[in-house]
Design a binder for this molecule. Structure first.
Ligand code: UT7
Length: 370
């Protein structure tokens, strides 16, 4: 029997703190008009001291589970796509798994920069369609404000913090993910990068002194690449799904620059109204931009059950990707689930496991990491 991967839940979380273009003009030599005209961005959200990629991811995940009406323990797989993970390891996905109390699942992070959410959704859908799992939680989450060089006006004006999540579930009913395309061109690896802090150039006084642990970008080159791939990738997945471009109810593009979205609209000969655009309020939230835009499109009545849509994006790598989706929504439920209620149990369970490990350490001997 054919299995299909439906998107049955969605959620988003953004920090409360708003940073306007005027605020940024206090930090670097720029102005509101330049940023609006060249990017379309008016403001972005910035994480507070207690917020991390993991806390935003957890909030978005719980909302998505609420919509899907799914208990955390029913999740088989958590994939967090992020360009700003909490650590090189462990994976942010494991931190989220523990916080939401998903007691019976695998968890890993996926790095494909801003295209990561499309990659992650595709991997989860493939696992569902192969029959190896039934319920997956896919999250795009970022606190890029911590990795941006606040002295570089070419990049700090662009990025914002936030998280978005989808729940994917298997069913024999046709629908959900229809087709997808994932691409990479590593010859452009140097165009958008955080050069240091990994194993190639480990962190040192030199790397910190020279700002090599911050985002560096050749904006013009990335812009040119993006305008080349967005329309083409959209057309390719639509064709593979048996859809005409004019059949598409909505396109949810990665929210990087309004001019890139306008170029895609021209390339596809579609009116701009057919695109979900909210980058004016959030800037570029990398992996989180597509699920956040999806949540807001649903809220705004722009995305409905039975719509045929394409999500499409690009980013560092270089990477790009697209996916055609038959939007179906939550499966019918017999009773209401409250995923948030499991959070206290999750916290107690986590504390219990930690203390058990401590007791075992006393018995068998262990070293403490400082
Ligand atoms: O998720 C993927 C992330 N990356 C992207 O999506 C980036 C794609 N690229 C872009 O969005 C655009 O290239 C930028 C918005 C980054 C830059 O816009 P642009 O129209 O490509 O500007 P530019 O880099 O060609 O610079 C034009 C001028 C330069 O001055 P000169 O050399 O012509 O005198 C820059 O120094 O604008 C100057 N400039 C600024 N001026 C005021 C660059 N940044 C700023 C700024 N404020 N923030």
């Amino acid at each position: 029997m054919m299995r299909y991967a439906h998107i049955t839940g969605w959620g988003m979380a953004v920090p409360e703190r708003v940073m306007t273009n005027h605020d940024i003009a206090q930090l670097v030599d720029t102005d509101d008009q330049w940023i609006r005209e060249r990017t379309g961005i008016e403001q972005r959200r910035i994480a507070g001291p207690d917020e991390t990629t993991g806390t935003l991811a957890t909030r978005a995940a719980l909302r998505a589970l609420e919509v899907a009406n799914l208990r955390p323990a029913e999740i088989d797989l958590i994939v967090v796509a992020t360009s700003s993970p909490e650590h090189l390891f462990p994976a942010t996905a494991s931190i989220v798994q523990d916080r939401i109390g998903a007691t019976d699942c695998g968890a890993f992070d996926l790095l494909a920069a801003c295209t990561g959410f499309i990659y992650a959704t595709n991997m989860a859908a493939q696992a569902i369609r192969a029959g190896s799992i039934n319920n997956a939680l896919v999250i795009g989450a970022e606190t890029l404000s911590r990795l941006v060089n606040w002295k570089d006006r070419g990049t700090c004006i662009l990025f914002g913090d936030g998280a978005g999540a989808f729940v994917l579930q298997g069913s024999d009913e046709p629908g959900g993910v229809l087709s997808s395309l994932l691409r990479s061109d590593g010859s452009g690896a140097d165009l958008l990068t955080i050069p240091a802090g990994g194993s190639h150039i480990p962190a040192s006084l030199h790397t910190v002194g020279n700002g090599l642990h911050y985002i560096q970008m050749n904006g013009r080159e990335v812009f040119r690449f993006a305008t080349r791939v967005m329309a083409k990738a959209t057309a390719q997945v639509a064709e593979e799904a048996g859809l005409e471009i004019s059949d598409l109810d909505l396109i949810i593009p990665h929210q990087a620059n309004r001019r890139i979205i306008e170029a895609a609209a021209r390339g596809l000969k579609l009116p701009l109204e057919r695109f979900a655009i909210n980058l004016n309020r959030y800037g570029n939230t990398s992996t989180a931009s597509i699920p956040i835009a999806a949540c807001e499109a649903i809220e705004a009545g722009q995305l409905h059950k039975d719509n045929k849509i394409v999500i499409v994006g690009f980013g560092a790598g270089l990477t790009w990707g697209a996916m055609a989706i038959h939007w179906t929504g939550p499966f019918p439920a017999k009773r209401k689930i409250y995923p948030r209620r499991y959070r206290t149990v999750a916290r107690l369970r986590s504390a219990w496991r930690r203390s058990l490990r401590r007791v075992e350490g006393v018995i068998y001997g262990s070293k403490t990491i400082k």
